[in-house]
Design a protein around this ligand. Structure first.
Ligand code: ATP
Ligand code: MG
Length: 347
């Protein structure tokens, strides 16, 4: 049995926690794998059964076998895309990714064929939170049979809490800050793979009307580059990863099959997507003059913050970028799960 755990099933990466090393105040251990879940044909599922699989596991969902884990992009047909669909959290792929994370959590806890997770915290973007959070909590709670037929593990999740994604970053910041919450009006900007989320709050009070999400972020930037060269690359996760890395690390070029593509030619396409997302955000937020601080989180934090500073130079001095932005939300979710667990024990 394990106590608190958290999973952040993003459009780009799935992030999850393994608990704290060295007791309650120890470092929170985290890990991630790509949000890619190729469907295995029955033959491949059988073959996978016989092999040692450090790079992933077979996950059955509604009679279909998926392969999920760090090695998933290599397991597929080479045609696995990360589709940014609004009903993501209700999809079978999402459940396959969530179960893949539960499998890795069980590995991390050295569990045998059974594991009970007492509290699991998950997140949803603001665009889908209100319509999807109850359904997601229902799907995630209870029993999950994971692994190839005949060699399955049973993971039981006792209770689930669903958090608005950017709240994770705020909670994580407060936690790292010795429990001191941020003062004044805080705006979290979370450019992920699929969505740009922004969230304004004062203390623990959210400003819902000014918060929101837009379904274009880092993947849309990479797709815009791919579309100008070969639109079929959208379905090739490995090539999209290469373009994404070139954007994130501001590389001069990226290579596919020995051919080098200079990024300078595609910068405008990327900038257009960033501008479009920022425009949506600023329209909904209204003026940022009353914002006391901006916290950038999510894997696109570096790219989006530099673009925003070009447009609004004055916000730079009130901005900070999370040290490990890919994992800040999941770390915050984990703190929520720990609190829920502690509260349940004090009854
Ligand atoms: N090791 C890494 N270090 C820094 N950035 C990374 C790393 N791996 C991936 N990224 C970046 O993270 C971005 C994805 O961010 P993130 O993981 O926050 O998205 P997500 O949470 O999966 O998506 P969403 O929030 O839209 O569902 C990618 O564009 C990629 O460039
Ligand atoms: Mg995210």
């Amino acid at each position: 049995m394990v106590g608190a755990r958290a999973i952040d099933v993003g459009y780009f990466n799935v992030k999850h926690t393994h608990g704290r090393s060295g007791g309650a105040d120890g470092m929170l251990q985290v890990a991630s794998f790509p949000s890619v879940a190729p469907v295995l044909k029955s033959g491949t599922a059988r073959k996978a059964e016989d092999e040692q699989q450090p790079q992933g596991c077979v996950v059955p969902v509604n009679g279909v076998s998926y392969f999920v884990g760090p090695g998933a992009p290599q397991r597929g047909s080479g045609l696995e895309s990360r589709i940014v669909a609004e009903d993501y959290a209700a999809s079978d792929k999402y459940l396959a990714l969530l179960r893949g994370a539960l499998w890795r959590i069980a590995d991390g806890a050295n569990a045998g064929t059974e594991l009970v997770v007492r509290r699991l915290a998950l997140g949803l973007p603001l665009t889908t939170y209100f319509e999807a959070n109850e359904l997601l909590a229902q799907r995630a709670a209870g029993e999950h049979l994971i692994g190839p037929e005949g060699n399955q593990r049973r993971v039981v999740v006792e209770k689930v809490r669903v958090v608005v994604q950017p709240q994770g970053a705020i909670i994580n910041f407060g936690f790292l800050n010795g429990g001191k919450p941020l003062q004044g009006l805080t705006m979290v900007i979370d450019p992920g793979g699929g969505t740009l989320d922004w969230y304004l709050s004062e203390g623990t009070v959210p400003y819902w009307e000014r918060s929101g999400a837009y379904p274009k972020a880092m993947l849309a930037c990479a797709y815009a580059v791919a579309d100008r060269i070969n639109p079929r690359w959208r379905n090739q996760a490995a090539i999209i990863d290469r373009i994404d890395q070139a954007i994130r690390e501001q590389k001069p070029s990226f290579a596919v099959q020995g051919e080098h593509y200079p990024m300078a030619e595609y910068r405008r396409a990327v900038d257009q997507i960033l501008d479009e997302a920022i425009d949506q955000m600023l329209t909904m937020v209204g003026s940022v003059d009353d914002v006391d601080q901006i916290l950038f989180t999510g894997g696109g934090a570096g790219v989006l913050s530099s673009h925003l500073y070009k447009r609004l130079p004055k916000v730079k001095k009130i901005s900070r970028i999370d040290a490990d932005p890919v994992f800040s939300n999941v770390r915050g979710f984990h703190v929520v799960a720990e609190h829920d667990l502690a509260a349940s024990k004090s009854w």
